[in-house]
Design a protein around this ligand. Structure first.
Ligand SMILES: *Cc1c(COP(=O)(O)O)cnc(C)c1O
Length: 253
């Protein structure tokens, strides 16, 4: 916790220096990848994936200009959102408000909790989740929830993501809900897949989606190890964890 007057302890200062360096490196990778394909870096949103890392890291990244944060487990996310709120309230200088992106598998019984803090959900992959999120958002006083439909690039139902054949109906279901805003598609390449092949396929699916839903132009793709390939193929939202925050213990994936 920051001391009075906003001075940092040694440990906080060291962590902040680490984050300054890793954030600079990630921003440079994004800028370089954009330059290589003639894209505007402002068209790529960095979502800092803070799973397994503490609220203090979120607050430090906020002070460094990061605004979008990704979490993949509701229980951890809900606690961290609260903790970040407390830290921001205690801070001598108010930081900007974070925007939370839920990027993990959505369990139907968690949909209402997620709708309580998330600005966006990247992992909507079945009609029941569309319905549950819409019901929850409708009960709250909050802006529409941004929704990315997650697609499975190898059509393997085990790993999360809708089969590509299900995309049109799922996208229609999201678009039909006034409290949801269909943003576009999200994918995680299959284990062992060539990222360029996977993201090229995702770009094709995105183009097909935009024929039905021109507004759904966002593509959530690219993580620490493959963000360059994702940007080459049109990613608008890179979800970066370990390259920013450090390696997570294997137990937490
Ligand atoms: C953890 C996670 C990320 C971030 O992965 P890194 O390899 O740490 O950058 C991105 N997307 C999803 C869906 C994740 O679960």
């Amino acid at each position: 916790m920051p001391e009075q007057g906003g001075r940092l302890s040694d440990a906080e200062g060291r962590r902040r220096s680490e984050l300054v360096a890793s954030l600079g490196a990630v921003r440079a990778r994004i800028a370089e990848a954009c330059e290589a394909t003639g894209r505007d870096p402002r068209a790529v949103t960095l979502v800092a994936v803070t799973k397994t890392y503490p609220a203090a890291d979120v607050v430090a990244l906020l002070s460094l200009g990061v605004r979008e944060f990704g979490e993949s487990r509701d229980q951890e996310a809900a606690a961290k959102v609260g903790a970040v709120g407390l830290l921001r309230a205690e801070a001598s200088e108010p930081s900007r408000e974070p925007r939370w992106h839920f990027i993990g598998r959505v369990q139907s019984r968690k949909a209402a909790s997620i709708a309580g803090y998330a600005a966006a959900v990247h992992s909507v992959d079945r009609p029941e989740i569309v319905r549950r999120l819409a019901e929850a958002v409708a009960r709250m006083e909050r802006p529409p929830l941004d929704v990315f439909v997650q697609v499975s690039l190898d059509d393997d139902p085990e790993r999360g993501g809708a089969a590509s054949a299900e995309l049109p109906s799922l996208a229609d279901a999201v678009a039909a809900q006034p409290v949801l805003r269909l943003c576009g598609l999200m994918a995680v390449p299959p284990i062992g897949a060539d990222p360029d092949t996977a993201f090229a396929r995702l770009a094709e699916l995105s183009a097909a989606l935009r024929e039905r839903h021109p507004e759904a132009a966002a593509i959530s793709a690219g993580m620490s190890h493959d963000l360059e390939a994702a940007i080459r193929h049109g990613s608008t939202h890179v979800r970066v964890g370990s390259a920013l925050l450090g390696r997570r213990p294997p137990l937490f994936g």
